[in-house]
Each structure stands twice: as structure tokens, then as C-alpha cells.
Design a protein around this ligand. Structure first.
Ligand code: NAD
Length: 381
């Protein structure tokens, strides 16, 4: 058994995802002695933290065992590390990824991969032509609740799937009386902001895999909160949508509904809830728990549900037990990508999948601009 070290550049290491997900999970893999490969060898990630603020990087490094760090992406690209993770703010990601591809690095990046489908496909083609391994983070189906939905779908629980409904979001304060919970770049287009660009990236693969591939989309968007206070306490104009609703038509004829907003208050089971209705049964899941109602357990709720307190609708659902393996979703993404690099095992969410996610956002924006349904065309390298 031999230990192999693999260098991973984390650009945006001091950000929320950089620190709490990418750095933390790679360090956890290393702390467990590395990832055990099929041949018995172990692959140990070694990190190079990259950011713009030397003081913050130094502090982060010191708090996590003295990881290597630099403020220079050029230096990172010139070094021996093999994998580039970009989890900095979304804006200008394609430029950084193109530089990484030119430097011969494997690419494993956060979503969305680019602001438009054309740019996203250009990255996928560049990565393919360079012969490097490439992937995008698609973590949500590793969350226990949504993993259970996928398990139900694969087990044939739903029968013919009729609809999928996504209800997601929460209230994000404007920063005037309570601190805004999200960095200001999220609300500025030129920095890669916008709720549709951000979250369609997840809804695309979730709908494709949980129900049926998306065939067409018709969207409505709004900016509910037009002014916010930034990290320096300054008022700024929001030029990106914070509300993004869409109807989608699926290849199997089913209907999808996406209700997504940073200007909504939660009275549901979780911040993200997905319901799938099928002829043989329905299921509702938040990120962590999932409930089902099979056709044979479906109560008569047309006459019977007509009177207040006549029925406890929630009590009529049965929770799916925890029988599936659990692990941090981002760690699972990383382990699969590390195996892809080291053992050439398949990695589903490559940069074409990343482009498909961007495509749904892109089409949603065009649907809003043109006031019509947009068809989803297949994407090819
Ligand atoms: N997979 C998921 O579920 C998930 C969840 C949240 C965010 N994300 C994605 O991760 C990325 C980071 O999101 P976050 O919530 O961690 O944001 P964040 O603001 O906490 O972190 C972003 C980091 O990028 C840095 N940064 C800002 N502008 C930059 C620029 N112009 N150049 C280089 N660095 C810059 C910031 O200083 C910060 O360190 C985004 O692309 C976002 O879409 C993914």
C-alpha cells in the first residue's frame, strides 16, 4: 500500500463554500488517512489556499494546520498542484477556469460554471480538447432527503411521474435593520449575481434525475428588494433578481413548478422542499427528511377534507427510514472526483452537465425578456 499526494488549489478558500465545504472536506479526507483506491493505495489531498486577502489566508491556514497559501493565482497555476477548484464569487469564473485549463490542471468547480450557456459550453470544449478531467459540484442529491427521493424514483415507487414541485428560499434581510446574510455580489449582475443563475444550476439536475429531463421553460422573475446594504455598510442598488419562478415541461409530459425566492418566509418543512406526484404514489422531501403516500394509502380528501379539523393531512404520510449511507454531500462529490482523476472512474457531472445547468438559467432569462416558452435544446461537445 502506497500513499500518493494530490495537490488541490482552492481559489476562494476564505469564502463560505471554500472554507466550510471544500477545504473542510478535503482536510477530512486527508485526516482519515486519504481516499482508499481500488488498488489499496491511498490518495491524500494537499491543499493550496488561494484568495485576495493575505491576512485572512494566513489566519485560515494557521487555524487548519498550516496549509500552503498564496494570493497569486499565477503562482498557483505555475506550481505542481493537479486540481483547480474555483469557489470564489461566480463573476469571471470562465477566465479563471480557462487559465487553469491552459496550465494543464484538472478542473472541479462550483456552479454556475459560466454566466451564459455559450461560455459554459466553450469551457467544456476547452477542457475536453485539453484532455484534462473536469467536473462541477452537484451536491444536492447527496442530501439525505433528496437522496431518498432519488431512491424512490429508482425503485419505481411513483409509477408514472405527473409533476415535480420545488419550493425554495427564505427571507434575506436587506442589511438596514438586520445584517444581510448573503454577500453583496449575489445581488449584482456583473459579479455573477442573480437567483436564477445561482439556483437553476441545482434545479436542472434535480428535475432531470428525480422526474424527467427538462424540455421547455417559462419563467417570471422579480427584484423584490431593490436596495441593500453591503459589507462596508454602504447602500447599493440591486440589479439582479431575488425571485425566480418557473414552469417547466418535462420530456415525459410531466409538469414542473419552481418557486424560488429570497423574499419569502418559511412555513414548510425546510428551506428547500421538493414534492413529486405519481400515479402510484407521492413523496415530499426537505434536505434531510422524506415522506411518502402510496396510492393505496391515499385518503378520500375531496368530501372528507372539506371540513376544518376533519383530517390531519400531514399525519397521513409515512416517513422514509434512514437506510441509505450518509456522508457530507461535498465530501461525496470530492471522493468521486478524486477517483475520476486517480482511477479514471466515471464522474457524471462534467462541464457539459455544468453547461446544462447554466442553460436552464439562460433560457429562463430569455423567457422573461421575450415573454414566452423556451425549448431546451440538447448540448453536445
Ligand atoms: N454547491 C452549492 O450548494 C453552493 C452553495 C453556495 C454557493 N455556491 C457557489 O460557490 C461560490 C462561492 O459562493 P459563497 O457563498 O462561498 O460566496 P462567498 O462570498 O462566501 O465567497 C466567495 C469568495 O470569493 C471571493 N471573491 C469575491 N469576489 C471575487 C473576485 N472578483 N475574484 C476572486 N475572488 C473573489 C470572496 O472574497 C470570498 O472569499 C459561488 O459560485 C456560488 O454560486 C455553491
Amino acid at each position: 500500500m502506497t500513499d500518493h499526494r494530490i495537490g488541490v488549489i482552492i481559489n476562494g478558500a476564505t469564502g463560505r463554500m471554500g472554507t466550510t465545504q471544500h477545504m473542510a472536506n478535503l482536510l477530512a479526507i486527508a485526516a482519515d488517512g486519504g481516499l482508499r483506491l481500488r488498488n489499496g493505495n491511498r490518495l491524500i489531498p494537499e491543499l493550496l489556499l488561494v484568495g485576495r486577502d493575505a491576512a485572512r489566508l494566513k489566519t485560515l491556514s494557521a487555524a487548519h494546520g498550516g496549509q500552503r497559501w498564496t494570493t497569486s493565482l499565477d503562482e498557483a497555476f505555475a506550481g505542481p498542484d493537479s486540481i483547480f477548484m474555483d469557489c470564489a464569487a461566480t463573476g469571471d469564473r470562465p477566465t479563471r477556469v480557462r487559465r487553469a485549463i491552459a496550465a494543464g490542471k484538472h478542473i472541479h468547480i462550483e456552479k454556475p460554471t459560466a454566466p451564459t450557456v455559450e461560455e459554459a459550453m466553450a469551457l467544456a470544449r476547452a477542457a475536453h480538447a485539453a484532455g484534462i478531467k473536469h467536473g462541477v459540484i452537484q451536491d444536492k442529491l447527496f442530501l439525505p432527503g433528496f437522496a431518498k427521493l432519488l431512491f424512490l424514483k429508482n425503485a419505481g415507487f411513483f409509477g408514472r411521474i405527473l409533476s415535480i414541485r420545488i419550493d425554495a428560499g427564505s427571507w434575506i434581510f436587506d442589511g438596514k435593520t438586520q445584517a444581510c446574510q448573503r454577500p453583496s455580489w449575489n445581488y449584482q449582475k456583473r459579479q455573477g449575481g442573480g437567483l436564477a443563475l445561482d439556483m437553476m444550476a441545482h434545479w436542472r439536475y434535480m428535475i432531470d434525475r428525480l422526474a424527467s429531463p427538462v424540455a421547455a421553460v417559462c419563467a417570471l422573475m422579480a427584484t423584490a428588494i431593490p436596495e441593500r446594504v453591503d459589507e462596508d455598510g454602504l447602500l447599493y442598488k440591486v440589479d439582479a433578481e431575488d425571485t425566480s419562478h418557473a414552469l417547466v415541461r418535462l420530456e415525459n409530459g410531466a409538469v414542473g413548478v419552481i418557486m424560488n425566492s429570497w423574499a419569502t418566509r418559511i412555513r414548510r418543512d425546510d428551506t428547500m422542499v421538493v414534492q413529486i406526484d405519481g400515479t402510484a404514489g407521492s413523496a415530499v422531501a426537505g434536505r434531510f427528511r422524506c415522506w411518502t403516500q402510496a396510492a393505496v394509502n391515499t385518503p378520500e380528501a375531496f368530501f372528507g377534507g372539506g371540513q376544518q379539523a376533519n383530517m390531519d393531512f400531514r399525519a397521513q404520510w409515512q416517513e422514509v427510514p434512514d437506510t441509505l449511507p450518509r456522508g457530507n454531500p461535498f465530501r461525496q462529490c470530492w471522493e468521486a472526483f478524486l477517483r475520476h482523476v486517480a482511477e479514471d472512474t466515471p464522474y457524471g457531472p462534467d462541464l457539459v452537465e455544468g453547461a446544462k445547468a447554466v442553460q436552464l438559467a439562460d433560457l429562463a432569462y430569455r423567457s422573461v425578456a421575450e415573454g414566452r416558452w423556451m425549448d431546451v435544446e440538447p448540448l453536445h461537445l
